[in-house]
Design a protein around this ligand. Sequence first.
Ligand code: ZN
Length: 307
Amino acid sequence: MMRVRVRLLLLLLFAGAGPALAQDTGTMEDKPLPPLEHPDSPSTPARELFARKTKPLPLAARSIGFYSQGCLAGAVALPINGPTWQVMRLSRNRNWGHPKLISFLERLADKANKVGWNGLLVGDLSQPRGGPMLSGHTSHQVGLDADIWLTPMPDRKLSREEREFMSAVEVVRQDRLDVDAEVWTHAHTALVRTAAEDPEVERIFVNAAIKKALCREAGSDRGWLAKVRPWWGHDYHFHVRIYCPPDSPDCKPQPPPEPGEGCGHELDYWFSAGVLHPVQPLFPSKPKSALTLANLPAACRHVVMAP
Ligand SMILES: [Zn+2]
């Protein structure tokens, strides 16, 4: 019980990647959100303001605040098609990030391709001005987080419709104790390892069953495993977080992960009955109180209010 409480506290403190319990589909409708009646009200949830900004703030790139409590100026978009990547769920307009994140993803797509992964299907990065979102994540707010599907890119350009409705393949076995041997390949391991070995990467979140598989398959060179941490969900995509960039003095770093590779008994908690089969959901479907602008760094007011 105590252990669970400590974990929940850590969860709140470090607000990792948020729950990703089912994969949402997108939409083909291009309908803008209705204007807010009282955008200036102090009680307006910040996510309502950030969700209505469809373009980045054209200033120098700057990640402001913490991964789960901040915003982003000077975002750039990951092009929706590259030689070894494609962006999914275009209707969400979340392929924006700090230029360091974009160059990391382009680099990873190329390197992963060389170790047997056909190409990246890229999920959410950040909104054009970062900030909290109407759906899906607690982090991804400062343009330094990215979700990458654990499904390799097909050999053709996906249609707009496929990018909205195609589902990633679940890689965790039904009993949640390991990966599904029918689906999991050495290329999956090579992909996560390639990401973890990039010096810009701060940490990676995967399902505990995936971490177990990575521990098993890592071989003798295991230093990279420390960056790969177990988290809820993350069974059809993994989440990569890069360090605060030097151009962003207001970016708040995350304390480093616990030392050690995090294999073996360190994973026991995640496979305990209370975590595998919780009596009540560990996460409410929506946070009880949404962040307002007052909860974010002061500079985020300008980032989201500027035209
Ligand atoms: Zn994520």
